[in-house]
Design a protein around this ligand. Sequence first.
Ligand SMILES: [Zn+2]
Length: 110
Amino acid sequence: MTDPWKILGKERRLTPEIRRLIEERYGQRGVKALEIVDEGRVKRYLDFFVVVGSSDEYVVEEEFCTCSDALFRRGECSHVIAVRIASLTGQFEEFPLWYQDIWKKENREA
Ligand SMILES: [Zn+2]
């Protein structure tokens, strides 16, 4: 099977062909990942990529994600796939902040 990441690495944008390959390879998780990228829900902080989910934000670092899906599946949840796509196509919002600092602040307030 054709590797969608190889083509995406060359094209640097989501062509219909690449979308199809990602959906074929990852099924529902691929569909969800493409949705996340299309809706602009990937943010890049100085330290981490963050995906805005329906009820929470997930921190993604390479193959790791803070969502419960990733705990069981280890990597390759829709967020990890979305960040992988976004980092190749540049479809993310950049924040010149350390996410760690925001995290700490939230935990202090809670
Ligand atoms: Zn996840």
